[in-house]
Design a protein around this ligand. Structure first.
Ligand SMILES: *Cc1c(COP(=O)(O)O)cnc(C)c1O
Length: 489
């Protein structure tokens, strides 16, 4: 026996009493299943009281607490003050409602504590299968590459990084100052702000994201794109990427993807599509024509946590040129080098396809929900949401106090309360007040945007819990609030 001097403590953060944990855990599970089942029985949203904010603003806990007490604090200070996006009348921004199965999948992933990155373990293969299914749904070839991300924002960053490094392979080593010109990206004025972030992060500068004006349908104007391209080439700029929208965030407009694809091809440029939610109707035969260009893209950013209703957070990117994807990010560190056998022998290496090393097992919830529901069910759900948008547009058109403010090509409806004799500024103030009161009432939660100077109430339907009656309630409530505010003044 060696005579050792070191005494080693044997603590763990596992529970001392597993039976107690089991009981608390079962209670949490029951409570949360009830919470989801009763999504429609609460107010959509309620303000957070000052006392609760106080509770969420204390110094770091030094000592231990009983899990039951911690859970009680969650129930008291966290759970009641949610964003509201599990409610059937939440249609703000573009938020998914999540699912009970997704919640359970997150528990299973948490138990495994898997990190799909490198190595030979099942989580990597689950992610690959999810990506392969995604390719099938969006018409990308199986040879494409891809990776799941926290959402479309990161997916857009990864796609533009790949496009940039594909344009000039020396950028990784030499940086963009080594180029003999200024990189330029093209996209419409309706493009999501995360693409500007991507361009800024890549050192290209937001000035060099050419925001091309849109037509009356909020689609990128091809004539202006051609003009800008010509001008930039004459002036020695380096155009390398065009971004098309499959569903703009404001109105759900789909750019003329086929024409943009042809221009990108002619110019030797990368064609990227932001399809965060709007590429999803690609599943529907009635959208085949409109979304034909999706499969022509070099890369596609998509989300699962929006119109696939998968619990946050999960989106991803598909990239046709698998080699370009890998070459944009791969670094072979000594401590991660591939071996012939053992844990490090796996061929799947998401570490080489993005910017993160450790990653959550977000593929599991997508995998489980897609298996449970099937693509056919999704076809019905997505179609249902589009029908609801058309139903709401009809309600608006049939109501003399309301105005439809944009075409409804998909699942987004923009409208406002209107009264003859009010100026645009007065209408803007009035509609903003209606929206805030609507949120405060907890009855419904659309969001808003500005379209051609008009403040509009914006309803983005990526909610699998909404029923026709919910839109009747919305319209009645907007009308009631509008009248009430006018009569009070
Ligand atoms: C939501 C959205 C994004 C950003 O996606 P996240 O998943 O929130 O990061 C990008 N583009 C469009 C069109 C979106 O609707």
């Amino acid at each position: 026996m060696l005579d050792l001097n070191t005494t080693v403590l044997e603590e763990t953060i596992d529970p001392n009493n597993w039976e107690e944990l089991r009981a608390t855990g079962h209670r949490m599970l029951d409570d949360m299943i009830n919470y989801i089942q009763q999504s429609g029985d609460r107010k959509v949203w309620q303000p957070i009281p000052a006392a609760v904010k106080q509770e969420l603003n204390t110094v770091a806990p030094q000592g231990e607490s009983d899990l039951k007490e911690v859970y009680a604090s969650f129930q008291q200070n966290v759970l009641p003050y949610a964003l509201g996006n599990t409610h059937p009348r939440f249609w703000g921004w573009v938020c998914g409602g999540g699912s009970a199965t997704g919640m359970l999948a997150d528990m299973l992933a948490g138990a495994m504590n898997a990190s799909p990155s490198f190595g030979e373990h099942a989580a990597n293969y689950v992610e690959k299968q999810v990506l392969d299914w995604t390719k099938e749904m969006y018409g990308f070839p199986k040879s494409s590459s891809g990776i799941l991300t926290t959402g479309a924002s990161l997916a857009n960053i990864l796609a533009l990084t790949t496009a940039r490094n594909f344009f000039n392979a020396a950028i990784r080593k030499k940086g963009i100052r080594n180029l003999d010109g200024q990189l330029v990206v093209y996209a419409s004025t309706e493009t999501h702000s995360c693409l500007q972030k991507a361009v800024e992060l890549l050192g290209i500068g937001s000035e060099h994201l050419r925001k091309i004006a849109v037509d009356e349908n909020y689609q990128l104007r091809i004539d202006l794109l051609e003009e800008q391209l010509k001008q930039d080439k004459t002036n020695g700029f380096l155009p390398f990427c065009i971004v098309g929208n499959a569903g703009t965030v404001n109105t759900g407009a789909i750019d003329d993807l086929e024409i943009i694809a042809a221009i990108a091809k002619r110019e030797g440029m990368w064609f990227h599509i932001d399809g965060a939610f709007g590429a999803v109707p690609k599943l529907l035969p009635e959208y085949t024509e409109r979304l034909k260009g999706v499969e022509l893209a070099d890369s596609l950013a998509f989300d699962y946590h929006k119109w696939f209703y998968v619990n946050y957070d999960v989106g991803g990117v598909l990239i046709k040129n698998a080699q370009a994807h890998k070459e944009a990010f791969e670094i072979n560190a000594n401590y991660l080098a591939h071996h012939e056998r053992g844990i490090i022998a796996g061929e799947l290496n998401y570490n080489h396809l993005g910017i993160e090393l450790s990653r959550g097992f977000r593929a599991l919830k997508v995998w489980m929900i897609l298996k449970e529901q099937g693509v056919e069910k999704y076809r019905r759900m997505v179609r249902q949401n589009i029908q609801q948008a058309n139903y709401l547009a009809e309600l608006v058109n049939g109501n003399a106090s309301l105005q439809l403010m944009a075409p409804v090509p998909m699942n987004i409806v923009n409208f406002r309360f209107y009264r003859d004799g009010l100026s645009n500024d007065e209408l803007n103030t009035l509609n903003k007040e209606i929206l805030m009161q609507l949120h405060e009432s907890g009855i419904a939660a659309p969001s808003f945007t500005i379209l051609k100077g008009a403040y509009v109430i914006r309803v983005a339907i990526t909610n699998h819990r909404s029923k026709a009656e919910d839109f009747d309630i919305l319209v009645n409530e907007v009308q009631r609030l509008g009248e009430r505010i006018l009569n009070r003044n």
